[in-house]
Design a protein around this ligand. Structure first.
Ligand SMILES: *Cc1c(COP(=O)(O)O)cnc(C)c1O
Ligand code: SF4
Length: 324
């Protein structure tokens, strides 16, 4: 048995922007970033719940699980630490820092796999380490088989004003140049409607002004966003800001994250109701990231799985279908 001091601790880390929201009494933000007092220390016994490192990483930084798509973890560093993070054990450590040689090795891997046409930069937060990200974007721009680059980030939500600083203005300028080389998409992690502040909208507009589409990703979090009204407000606000909700994830079953995992039935009911009340564009795909398998969609309550001759309509009435 590990002694207490051997158990990895996930340090609290917040930005000035997040702190301001917590101080102003925003409990939904506080619950994402602060450890509750008296809560047991997280025990990350299954520190790699998605099986990323062991089975799918051909070179440092890359995860190649699907034929044409590669996930590139540019670092394990983020401006603020979300306490429910799947990669909690690594975040904030130097473990994922890439040397110039690591980057060249990863680029060589992408170059030698021409079926890879879609690269997802993730982490850690690619906008938190702009120099490394610029090197990677530059390298990818020389590989003609790469047709799309997506950048997953939470920095616009955690520190919108950092997008006014020189390193990030320079990186944004690069994005404007490289969009000729490949399609660029920005994926921003949003969990609660109060995260969409005016400063955050300013960052989103910057991407739009560059002609770069913005999508969102969300995690179901118990007591934070597992209510219909909260997610309805979140997805409607994103939609009207021209951000397209892409995925909503079931919180990973990593040890130490139990307090965040929502009831599956509640999640399905919320997603079923959102589908009936919002535009299809405003409803993300509801998935669970199954260890080593990928993002598997979770069925909504319109169908009873054993019976494909009947489904339930948006008013909850059972209808017979003329199939077969
Ligand atoms: C999510 C993910 C992708 C991208 O999946 P999409 O469904 O295309 O968004 C690629 N590789 C890994 C390892 C992923 O986890
Ligand atoms: S921003 Fe993303 S990668 Fe960073 S701690 Fe939060 S959930 Fe994890």
């Amino acid at each position: 048995m590990a002694r207490d001091e051997d158990v990895p601790q996930f340090a609290e880390q917040i930005t000035r922007h997040i702190k301001k929201m917590i101080v102003s009494g925003n409990g939904a933000i506080e619950a994402q970033y602060r450890k509750p007092t008296g809560a047991p220390s997280p025990i990350f016994s299954d520190s790699d719940p998605l099986g990323e490192e062991i089975r799918f990483s051909p070179v440092k930084g890359l995860v190649h699980k699907y034929g044409n798509r590669i996930l590139w973890k540019v670092s394990y560093r983020c401006a603020a630490h979300c306490q429910f993070c799947t990669r909690a054990r690594q975040i904030g450590t130097s473990e994922g820092d890439l040397s110039e040689a690591d980057i060249q090795r990863a680029l060589a891997y992408v170059r030698s796999h021409p079926t890879v046409d879609d690269v997802i930069l993730s982490g850690g937060d690619p906008f938190f380490t702009p120099t490394i990200t610029a090197t990677i974007l530059n390298g990818l721009s020389q590989i003609s088989t790469v047709r799309a680059v997506r950048i997953g980030t939470r920095l616009p939500v955690q520190s919108p004003l950092s997008f006014e600083t020189k390193p990030l203005l320079k990186l944004m300028e690069l994005l404007g140049q490289f969009k000729k080389n490949y399609a660029i998409f920005i994926l921003i992690h949003f969990n609660h409607p109060t995260e969409i502040t005016d400063d955050v909208v300013t960052v989103i507009n910057r991407f739009h002004n560059l002609g770069i589409p913005v999508l969102s990703q969300t995690v179901f979090l118990r007591g934070i966003n597992d209510r219909f009204e909260i997610l309805r407000d979140l997805f409607r606000s994103l939609y009207f800001t021209r951000v397209i909700p892409y995925y909503i994830y079931r919180c990973d079953y990593a040890k130490g994250l139990e307090r965040y995992v929502c009831d599956l039935g509640t999640e399905r009911e919320i997603m079923t109701r959102l589908t009936s009340e919002l535009s299809g564009i405003a409803v993300p795909t509801y998935v669970v990231d199954v260890a080593g398998r990928g993002k598997i969609p979770i069925p909504l309550n319109y169908w009873t799985l054993a019976d494909e001759t009947r489904c339930t309509d948006f008013d909850g009435r059972l209808i017979e279908l003329n199939v077969g």
